[in-house]
Design a protein around this ligand. Structure first.
Ligand code: 5CA
Length: 206
């Protein structure tokens, strides 16, 4: 496992994450890897941890009459996928949908593959997948597609002020884990994944 980086060496995006956590009393131990951690699979491989320990920080948007869209951040275990209908029920937003890459960047100030759970340009409502609580330590993106940090699930919840609620698609018996690329090809058409945009280029690695 690489050593944490000295704060002065950090990318400005990473520094925003570290400083936001510090303002909440949490000192992040950011690890910057040589290998990409763009997807959850990449991050698990690079770190040598279970896929379920990787926190996917996924941006969804709820339409707002005057203000365009309000972002909702879903913190999801790397093995899980968000069920948009469940998310809609949890947050009381029937029209919620996945953000486009551009919306995600404009709303958070970070680019997909490095979107962190904290340090966004604006306050964001967060919902956390309870499966993250199965692990003593989970790893989240720290602002770029090579920077990650470990955090206890309870600290992640406190940092993000997240509501913990079941937003993941339930496992379908006989279809294996909801891991893109590992299940049968028909998995993408199962009702549980409705709402995932079809045109997401790197969805198999998410
Ligand atoms: N650094 C890793 C692990 S910490 C990471 O950020 N993973 S992630 O899952 O939070 O971010 C990648 C996610 O962005 C994928 O799940 C993928 O579904 C989503 N994504 C990729 N491209 C797009 C796109 N064009 N529009 C919307 N979402 C996208």
């Amino acid at each position: 496992m690489p050593d944490p980086q000295a704060p002065g060496d950090l990318d400005p995006a990473v520094r925003r994450v570290v400083e936001a956590a510090a303002r909440k009393g949490v000192e992040l131990r950011v690890v910057v890897l040589d290998a990409t951690t763009h997807t959850a699979e990449d991050a698990a491989r690079a770190l040598g941890v279970e896929l379920g320990q990787i926190v996917k920080s996924l941006v969804f948007v709820a339409p707002r009459a005057e203000a365009g869209h309000e972002p909702v951040l879903c913190l999801v275990s790397g093995t899980n996928r968000v069920d948009v209908a469940r998310l809609a029920a949890v947050v009381g937003e029937p029209a919620i949908r996945r953000a486009t890459a551009r919306e995600a960047r404009d709303l958070t100030g970070f680019t997909i593959g490095g979107i962190p759970p904290v340090g966004h340009d604006h306050a964001v409502r967060a919902v956390m997948d309870p499966d993250l609580g199965r692990h003593r330590e989970v790893w989240a993106a720290a602002g770029t597609d090579r920077a990650v940090f470990p955090v206890a699930p309870a600290a992640l919840r406190a940092l993000t002020n997240a509501v913990v609620a079941p937003i993941a698609a339930p496992a379908v018996p006989g279809e294996g884990p909801a891991v893109p690329g590992e299940g049968p090809a028909v998995r993408a058409e199962a009702p549980a994944v409705r709402g995932d945009p079809p045109a997401v280029p790197d969805e198999p690695g998410s």
